[in-house]
Design a protein around this ligand. Structure first.
Ligand SMILES: C[S@@+](CC[C@H](N)C(=O)[O-])C[C@H]1O[C@@H](n2cnc3c(N)ncnc32)[C@H](O)[C@@H]1O
Length: 509
């Protein structure tokens, strides 16, 4: 089979819970649904070829590439991301070995961990003196509490320390890394940033770190049973490993196993030093500017797992803000640089897909401009809405905050060019939105705001007038309202029908 001539142009419905190897094993920021990533890898590359994700996060791209019998190259600057990715990708450890190590811990530490909830406070304090704890460092300045220990109740701290000691006592056991992964996932639940989901079991919910993107402490923190939580996480890891190995064995029985997973822990700009042979496909999800300071937010894990995050590493992180207060100019410069670095690592006439979503047009411009300057042609821009995980911010401000994302796919054909000139007939954002509306909803059907905005970006880009779309979210909403559109909060879409024909409607305006 040769290279695909046509790109993927339609959205693929996300099945987030379909792959046990990612879902439920360990939380991470903006994890991409495995089924969507798989579809892209399958379409744009062949078995045996090399697929790179330079901003790999929890490893979905490289792990799926490996499981599709390709060579997956994973890279991330965040040690937590690399730890999670590497442990999930490990094909050398058997589920039975993980279970066996868990049984060993059941015999050695489970009893003491279970007893923590019954101990008198003074006894908890006494025992805390006798277990190994990480140093009590200062947290990022946006946190609700000042120091690391304040993220935990004394019982949580003691239970986590006992579990960690139990794992350390396993010595050089082949499943040690897998149990550390389960412990790290337990850490995500046994701390005061854990917010129980309303109306569900206490243990269901997540840390504010992944929804509000800061260390927000719960008003009424819950004390979950430490051993049960750890045991459940470990069993999730066992299930994930079973699933992964089943897929590997299927290849072994059919076409032969050629899958591999390679990890780098570098700033994206340094990747060309280690990736000498150009790659066949890139699928990546770069950091989205503000909101998420990955390294600051991962301190909860990196610190106790013993992964050092020096200030010099934070200085290389591609974000806006954070403890080292990166500016928007820095972020845009680095985003552009990363696009150029990636396209240089990609073979000619091969494809690169970039997942992106942000209200700030300068970020889109950076990606589109640099790709064009590097000679890559934009071949598809697919908006995925409706099935993405919504941040707390989006949940509270539905019509004004974008959720979902756009997958931009470029062909490295050397033909990419910047738009020639500014179209003289385009003078306003409203005109661009009209053009986009024509494409998105020619028959006046309801549509998600994200789809319209993404379409408008591409129209504006083609007209050389991206700056005209530099709207605040309110301005965007106001233009739509002035054109007779209304926002349905329940369905999260814009519609043109009169209010009284839509039941249960709430309007913001
Ligand atoms: C949007 S996340 C990727 C999430 C990933 N798609 C997943 O499914 O888990 C972006 C990643 O870029 C990483 N990152 C930020 N700056 C970086 C840099 N300079 N070089 C490499 N990775 C970087 C962050 O640590 C973060 O994990």
């Amino acid at each position: 089979m040769s290279q695909p001539r046509e790109p993927i142009v339609s959205p693929i419905r996300a099945d987030r819970q379909g792959a046990k190897r990612h879902y439920g094993v360990h939380p991470y920021f903006t994890r991409r649904p495995a089924n969507v990533v798989r579809a892209y890898i399958k379409h744009y590359s062949l078995p045996g070829e090399t697929v790179l994700d330079p901003f790999g996060g929890s490893g979905v791209t490289a792990i799926e590439a490996m499981l599709l019998n390709r060579c997956g190259i994973h890279n991330d600057i965040n040690p937590l991301a690399n730890f999670v990715a590497e442990q999930i990708a490990d094909t050398t450890v058997e589920p039975s070995q993980i279970r066996e190590a868990l049984c060993q811990m059941e015999a050695t530490v489970a009893g003491e961990v279970k007893s923590v909830s019954r101990l008198h406070e003074d006894e908890v304090e006494r025992r805390l003196q006798r277990v190994p704890l990480p140093a009590n460092i200062v947290l990022p300045r946006t946190s609700d509490v000042k120091t690391y220990y304040e993220l935990f109740s004394p019982r949580q701290l003691l239970a986590l320390a006992l579990l960690k000691r139990g794992i350390d006592e396993l010595g050089v056991h082949p499943a040690r890394g897998q149990l550390l992964l389960a412990w790290s996932a337990t850490l995500a639940k046994l701390n005061k940033t854990f917010l129980s989901a309303k109306g569900r079991l206490e243990s269901r919910g997540g840390s504010s770190i992944f929804s509000i993107f800061r260390y927000k402490v719960a008003r009424n923190p819950v004390e979950l049973p430490a051993w049960t939580i750890f045991h459940d996480r470990a069993m999730n890891v066992v299930e994930a490993k079973r699933e992964l190995l089943r897929m590997k064995h299927l290849w072994e029985r059919t076409e032969g196993w050629r899958g591999s997973f390679l990890k780098h822990s570098l700033d994206v700009a340094d990747l060309p030093k280690v990736i000498r042979r150009r790659v066949d496909y890139i699928f990546t999800d770069p950091p989205y500017g503000g909101h998420i300071a990955y390294l600051d937010l991962s301190v909860l894990w990196n610190h106790w797992l013993g992964f050092e995050v020096a200030t010099s590493l934070k200085e290389k992180e591609m974000i806006v803000g954070g403890e080292v207060r990166h500016t928007e100019e820095y972020y845009i410069r680095r985003l552009k640089e990363s696009m150029s670095v990636c396209l240089n690592m990609l073979k000619p006439n091969r494809w690169m897909s970039v997942v992106f979503q942000h209200w700030n047009l300068r970020y889109f411009q950076a990606i589109l401009e640099q790709a064009a300057e590097s000679g890559a042609s934009l071949k598809a821009a697919v908006t995925h809405v409706g099935d993405t995980i919504w941040s707390m911010h989006k949940k509270k401000n539905k019509e004004r905050v974008l959720a979902g994302e756009m997958i931009l796919t470029f062909l490295n054909d050397g033909k990419g060019r910047l738009p020639k000139s500014i179209s003289p007939s385009i003078h306003s954002a409203a005109q661009i939105l009209d053009e986009a509306l024509e494409e998105v909803t020619p028959d006046g059907r309801p549509f998600p705001g994200e789809l319209l905005f993404n379409t408008a970006i591409l129209k504006a880009w083609a007209h050389g007038s991206l700056n005209l779309l530099d709207l605040t979210r309110e301005e965007f909403s106001q233009i739509l309202v002035s054109k007779g559109w209304r926002y349905n909060k329940l369905k999260h879409h814009w519609f043109s029908a009169p209010m009284d024909v839509v039941p249960n409607l709430q309007l913001t305006f």
